[in-house]
Design a protein around this ligand. Sequence first.
Ligand SMILES: C[S@@+](CC[C@H](N)C(=O)[O-])C[C@H]1O[C@@H](n2cnc3c(N)ncnc32)[C@H](O)[C@@H]1O
Length: 384
Amino acid sequence: MGQTWINNLMAEAKFINNAAHILKLVQAGTPADQALRESLTQDRHYTAPLERREISRAVFAYYRWWRWLNPKDSLQKQLEAALVLRDRFDKDPANIKAEALAARAVPDWVKTEMAVIPADWLRQLQRDPTLWIRAKAGTGAAIAAQLGLCTSATQAPDALRYGGITDLYRTAEFQSGAFEIQDLASQLVSHACAPQPGETWWDACAGEGGKTMHLSDLMQNKGLLWASDRSARRLTKLKERAARAQVFNCRVAPWEGTAQLPTKTKFDGVLVDAPCSGLGTWQRNPHARWTTTPKDITELSVIQTQLLNHIAPSLKPGGRLIYAVCTLSRAETTAVADAFTTAHPEYELISPFPDPKSQTPAPITLWPHELNANGMFIAAWKKR
Ligand SMILES: C[S@@+](CC[C@H](N)C(=O)[O-])C[C@H]1O[C@@H](n2cnc3c(N)ncnc32)[C@H](O)[C@@H]1O
């Protein structure tokens, strides 16, 4: 029944025209996720939630299959072709050959920026992403029962994969702060930090506070959690979200990322969730595949190295420093981690998730096709 409704909807010229209208906004310079958010939430034109969802899927399908499309065709025709490709791939991923994915799913420069390009990663990039929820510590089963259509993750406690189509932001549980929408890879970053109740932590690139709220939850709201960012707008949003989630142990302070730190406090742990090129988010945000450049990677790797260097003096002996980036380029991951290890003999490299079977500490790469989530690189050090 639902599928028939969707098929009928997609056959309508109006549906394709609505999606093409959003693509025009993107082509005029608005990032796809922003154009979708603004058009679908502010324009009263799009009323049915299923229609909104399918328009988003169509716009993202356009950028997933972009290099298969004929740019001389009208946007409407290209969209129709993208939806046909999506359906063929969803029916059986083998319908699209691995060679074609390697040649077209990502820009050519990726070959020189990534150490390996797994065929399974390219295949994963062409799928719709999974929606992950983070329930407050110890409440995963209860939230799953309340929302329905949830599957528990094996990799993180209280992480739930949501398979429904309800707008979760409008649920009473979300409004009361009982859960957050947060990718599984992001949740694993806070688990790698493993802050203890009563400790003093710093979320140095806190943004809108996705990980700040998780760190506070893991600390059982006890101890002190500094949250900083260079963007005042993001910190304002963080404060709103923290109030909803009833985070009481957080102190917010702006920080430009320079050697002038926001406090003289010495920390038990610092998380540097650094700005990055975001190659790990290309499944969720396929438009970024075609707007990100190697120059971004070079510039961001300089900023990442500087952030770590500036933060290094702020940890107590025995304190843990965690570096996370949702990207997969060599320059922003292993190269930044290796440079920090070499430049800071006062820090010992440790494994983000201790593995009793492994003798050699090493950073970890979380791959989208293995986790069914964003890609993420995590490195960890302990101050000697
Ligand atoms: C990956 S995002 C952080 C996401 C956030 N931790 C979360 O979980 O929602 C990186 C953040 O670093 C901030 N940033 C960028 N350049 C910076 C700099 N030079 N110094 C400090 N923060 C910076 C950005 O404003 C952005 O909010």
